[in-house]
Design a protein around this ligand. Structure first.
Ligand SMILES: [Zn+2]
Length: 241
């Protein structure tokens, strides 16, 4: 991140009270939560199927036990803590500058950092519901279950996480769209923008301050008004000073 990029971002943020942040897996990897899609990440000899298969609705239905073996070990990270990106976004919201965080992550770290308006497009590992009676269970209950977590009523508990083959929550999508459509500054970070629905959501932005923060090049770079190739925690961390 050079000085000019840094100052441009600072100026836009300082002068706005209508910022929206859209974040992907890269925001969490800086809290040591691996991106399950990354090649050197989770898919190894330990499992017979790639993560995209295990984390699908049909696999969950057919192989619930194996689903949970993977899920408990690879999707819930109890020790993870918010990093400077999460903390800076929470601070900007508190200061009345940031309106919402739209995230593809399911780890709840934005809320842990203090963010209030968090739109979790893919759900959260911290919410789990009995498929029979609807009773709520936290992540600890899932982790402590021997194999398949069961409700007191005997029903199977399912995480409130959007699996492959499942649709996104319509209400959350609509809210995300209206925040993005009304945003003055849109900051996108930690996503390659190749995964649905990230690319589509950005089409709703009408402003001229689209900031892209990513370590690698993304297909959207040309559409951005400011591209910063640096770790997201390092970039947003400047707003904690
Ligand atoms: Zn139940």
């Amino acid at each position: 991140m050079n000085m000019e990029e840094r100052e441009q971002l600072r100026e836009w943020v300082v002068n706005s009270d209508n910022i929206v942040f859209f974040g992907g897996a890269g925001v969490s990897t800086e809290s040591n939560i691996p991106d399950f899609r990354s090649v050197d990440g989770l898919y190894n000899q330990e499992y017979d199927y790639p993560p995209e298969t295990i984390l699908s609705h049909s696999f969950y239905k057919k192989n619930t036990k194996e689903f949970y073996r993977f899920y408990k070990k690879k999707m819930i990270f109890k020790e993870a803590k918010p990093n400077p990106a999460h903390l800076a976004l929470a601070k900007l919201e508190q200061e009345g500058k940031l309106k919402a965080v739209v995230t593809q992550n399911i780890d709840g770290l934005h809320q842990m950092a203090g963010s209030k308006e968090v739109l979790e497009l893919h759900g959260s590992v911290h919410r789990n519901f009995c498929t029979r009676c609807g009773r709520f269970y936290d992540a600890d209950y899932i982790l402590e279950a021997k194999e398949i977590p069961l409700c007191e009523c005997g029903g199977i508990i399912k995480p409130d996480v959007v699996l492959y083959e499942e649709g996104l929550d319509y209400g959350i999508m609509q809210k995300a769209i209206s925040y993005i459509a009304a945003a003055d500054v849109l900051i996108i970070g930690g996503t390659s923008l190749t995964v649905y629905p990230a690319a589509g959501l950005i089409d709703y932005y009408r402003g001229k301050k689209l900031v892209l923060i990513n370590k690698g090049i993304t297909p959207m770079d040309r559409r951005a008004d400011l591209v910063i190739a640096a770790p997201i925690g390092e970039v947003l961390g400047m707003f904690l000073e």
